[in-house]
Design a protein around this ligand. Structure first.
Ligand SMILES: [Zn+2]
Length: 367
């Protein structure tokens, strides 16, 4: 855990046991905790009620395999969950607006039915259940309290990276290439964002090859606050399907599907936005799922150290919009209604994310 990472204000200091004022003074978890997750996930309208104050009873922590773990009871009281239910290995935390489901021994967390993949499994010890401090600080907290993300920054610019292109077609199937589907999606997204008053920077607008480093360099020429969305389509075994959204692994978390190695401890450029990254991923993944309904499966929000996520100096996500290798999804991906639904979900998400990190909505009349 990086002491210098100031982006996770309250919770980080609380976990370190440092006497930071807000926690000593019985924090008003109030509107943010509850309303904002619903904003990000787009399931519920924002509410303005103030919740009762909670007292800080301190964080109960244990060490497992050298890592810090925090008791689920502490999570319950800090985030104002009103109910904690354990049935066998299943754990459910809930209040009026948020339902969080966990499994002891598992690394999936469902928040309002959107799937997040934890970096470390949930553990039981004695009568208690514990989640890693990493997952609490780098995932749960920025999702529940995006308004606490200090360096999210107001933004009007969206950088769209249509993956692959030119000599690199990406995934292919008998009816199309990923590079082509990615650019189609990018152009749709651009059009909708411009109509909402956003500025859009396209990494590519034609079937042209750019290396991953060139994409990073182009994105980093944008000096104003911006967000970065990389668009891809998946390929895998014949039965694999669904959408997934990747954000950069925080330091100390491995690249998706790989064992932890020494270099995973190094901080990458994109790690300056760890909290914003997961908040943006939450908004985007949740909104696209909502738009697609039964036409997709939720593969979850995952951590990876892809080049673009590592190098881009803006909050960044990489979205995989379905499997070209799946017979049904291959047709969906080529379907205009499906493409329109994905793009519309992304725009919902970007508007909500911008609002959730505490900024006024973009004016549709002033680009
Ligand atoms: Zn790709």
């Amino acid at each position: 855990m990086q002491l210098s990472d100031r982006s996770i204000s309250g919770i980080f200091h609380a976990l370190k046991g440092i006497s930071i004022m807000p926690l000593r003074e019985k924090p008003r978890l109030s509107t943010p905790t509850i309303a904002v997750l619903s904003l990000l996930l787009a399931f519920l309208a924002p509410v303005s009620l103030c919740l009762a104050e909670t007292s800080n009873n301190g964080w109960k922590m244990i060490k497992v395999g050298g890592r810090d773990y925090v008791s689920i009871q502490s999570v319950k009281s800090f985030y104002n969950f009103t109910k904690l239910t354990r049935t066998g290995n299943s754990v459910v935390l809930e209040n009026k607006k948020v339902e969080m489901k966990l499994k002891v021994g598992g690394n999936e967390c469902l928040m309002n039915n959107v799937k997040f993949v934890f970096s470390n499994s949930v553990v039981a010890s004695g009568n208690g259940i514990y989640i890693s401090r990493m997952d609490l600080a780098k995932l749960i907290d920025p999702v529940l309290r995006p308004n606490f993300i200090n360096n999210a920054g107001d933004f009007r610019t969206v950088i769209i990276d249509a993956g692959h292109g030119g000599k690199d077609p990406g995934a292919t199937n008998p009816i199309g290439t990923e590079a082509n589907y990615n650019i189609k999606m990018a152009l749709r997204l651009k059009k909708l964002l411009v109509a909402k008053g956003f500025k859009v920077k396209m990494i590519r607008e034609s079937d042209r090859f750019y290396s991953l480093q060139e994409r990073v360099n182009i994105a980093n020429t944008v000096k104003v606050n911006a967000i970065f969305v990389s668009l891809h389509h998946n390929s895998g075994g014949r039965s694999a399907r669904g959408i997934e959204t990747f954000t950069l692994s925080p330091p100390g978390v491995s690249h998706y599907g790989s064992a932890l190695k020494a270099s995973d401890a190094h901080k990458r450029a994109g790690n300056q936005h760890d909290s914003a990254n997961i908040a943006l991923a939450t908004a985007l993944h949740g909104s696209v799922l909502r738009r697609l309904g039964n036409n997709t499966l939720d593969r979850g929000i995952k951590r990876a150290r892809f080049s673009v996520l590592s190098g881009v100096r803006h909050p960044a996500v990489l979205f995989e919009g379905g499997f070209m290798s799946h017979s049904y999804e291959a047709k969906l991906i080529g379907n205009e209604s499906y493409q329109a639904a994905v793009a519309a979900g992304m725009v919902d998400a970007i508007v909500r994310y911008r609002f959730a990190v505490g900024r006024a909505p973009v004016s549709a009349t002033k680009p």
